[in-house]
Design a protein around this ligand. Structure first.
Ligand code: PMP
Length: 444
């Protein structure tokens, strides 16, 4: 009998007891290779002594100071560090405690920006189908995951959704990747014009789509096209780098690889690496300036923002990433993992696509490779793979094709950047076995 209100009321979970490096150990002594960093969170692995020491020292110095009374050295240093590494033009950091909070703050910051500028008519957001931006109501509204939204739809603000960039299924055989990207940008422009560009606050997108599509990267030129639209119509580009950011794709920020800078960027997960609950909004100078020369206050805030211990953890995570050159490791080990996946599963009859960037990779499973026909969502193939992997001591983030029946089950891999060659071999071996076992377990 449990008094804990679990996510899944009828699922019995192993009890995690301890963790070190890439492995979590349960109370029965079984170890699990954390091949997904939980949900792409653990970038340094578990129990890094430097992060623990930094948190302990901070806790002993100053546990908590509310941000309406004080600033703290550790929060200021974290902001300095994030801005020193940020793309040109990004100037300020607003701290939060999760990815959803970061997205909520991003949406409200974008809205208030236009109020500060004297453009209160701007009330619309455009986002993309098959996207995930968090589970709070604002973030859920911009999210395009129909399955997660369905029962809350009557409570959500109005957001229009356009197609995501999903090359595996949506690029026509007659199109180059660039032409496909330009077609999507034209569709987005048509939606902007339909709404009236002077009513639109911003366009929200995950640069590399995580939870709903499985590490789906953009095609060349796509985000440049969106940036150009935003500039033409005075609309903000809001990048959700909660999952794909902070080194996960092999560069610190995923949009660096597209050669553009967003106006507002949300980060979380890898920011604190799982050591503490922390997120942040990174704002471009022009956004900050509107507040600075306007009302001088952002109408937003939470009790635990800028928590000193969370800041100490995030600051040390960033220092370890730099010291140990782990963003580069994410890129290099990502290429190695990709090669191993291609070798082990690339020719598999039910692996339709292997994609992603850095240590943010996914398999999409299909019933038929030629037609890309997904498995029936009722078969719950993703859940079966997850369970088979867990039985083999492997954690993978498997999600369903349940959203609109249009895409297959996928398995997301996002191991810590400290992963070594031999861990990758173990990972791929256990994954291949788990996929086989899950397929073999499907009803005939
Ligand atoms: N945005 C994206 C892209 C995410 O992947 C997630 C979490 N999976 C969130 C926002 C929400 O973050 P959190 O779970 O920390 O609230």
């Amino acid at each position: 009998m449990t008094h804990l209100f679990h996510r899944q009321l009828r699922q019995t979970l192993p009890e995690a007891a301890s963790a070190k490096g890439l492995y979590i150990t349960d109370t029965a002594g079984k170890t699990y290779l954390d091949a997904c960093g939980g949900a792409a969170v653990s970038c340094l692995g578990h129990n890094h002594p430097d992060v623990i020491a930094a948190m302990a020292a901070q806790m002993a110095r100053l546990d908590y100071a509310h941000t309406s009374f004080f600033t703290t050295r550790v929060a200021e240093e974290l902001a300095d560090t994030l801005i020193a590494q940020a793309p040109e033009g990004i100037s300020h950091v607003y701290l939060l405690s999760s990815g959803s909070e970061a997205m909520e703050a991003a949406l409200k910051m974008a809205r208030q920006y236009f109020v500060e500028l004297g453009q209160p008519r701007r009330t619309n957001f455009i986002a993309r189908r098959q996207s995930y931006h968090g589970n709070t109501l604002g973030a859920l509204a911009v999210g395009g995951n129909a399955w997660r939204r369905a029962q809350f739809a009557p409570l959500l603000i109005d957001v229009t959704h356009v197609a995501p960039c999903y090359e595996y299924r949506d690029r026509l055989p007659t199109e180059t990747p660039e032409q496909y990207g330009q077609r999507l940008v034209r569709e987005l422009e048509a939606e902007l014009l339909r709404l009236g560009p002077d009513t639109v606050i911003g366009i929200c997108a995950e640069p590399v789509v995580g939870a709903t599509l499985g590490a789906a990267p953009p095609v060349p030129g796509y985000f440049q096209g969106i940036r150009a639209l935003c500039d033409r119509y005075g609309v903000l580009l809001i990048a959700d780098e909660v999952m794909c950011g902070m080194g996960r794709t092999g560069t610190l920020h995923a949009l660096e690889q597209e050669g553009i800078v967003p106006d507002i960027m949300a980060v979380a997960k890898g920011l604190g690496g799982g050591y503490q609950a922390i997120g942040a909004v990174l704002a471009h100078g022009r956004v900050y300036d509107a507040f600075d020369s306007g009302s001088g206050q952002f109408m937003h805030g939470h009790t635990y923002i800028g928590h000193p211990v969370a800041c100490a953890a995030a600051l040390e995570v960033q220092r370890v990433l730099q010291r140990e050159k782990l963003v580069e490791a994410s890129r290099v080990q990502g290429l190695a993992l990709r090669r191993k996946l291609d070798a082990a599963l690339g020719g598999h009859a039910h692996v339709g696509d292997i994609r992603g960037r850095g240590l943010f990779l996914a398999l999409e499973l299909v019933a038929d490779r030629a037609s890309k026909q997904p498995f029936d969502p009722k078969l719950r193939l993703n859940g079966r793979i997850r369970d088979e992997a867990l039985a083999r001591g492997l954690m993978v983030y498997a999600m369903g094709g349940t959203i609109d029946g249009r895409h297959g089950d996928h398995v997301l891999l996002a191991p810590p950047f400290t992963v070594q060659e031999r861990d990758l071999d173990t990972l791929v071996e256990r994954l291949a076995e788990s996929v086989e076992a899950a397929l073999a377990g499907l009803p005939a």
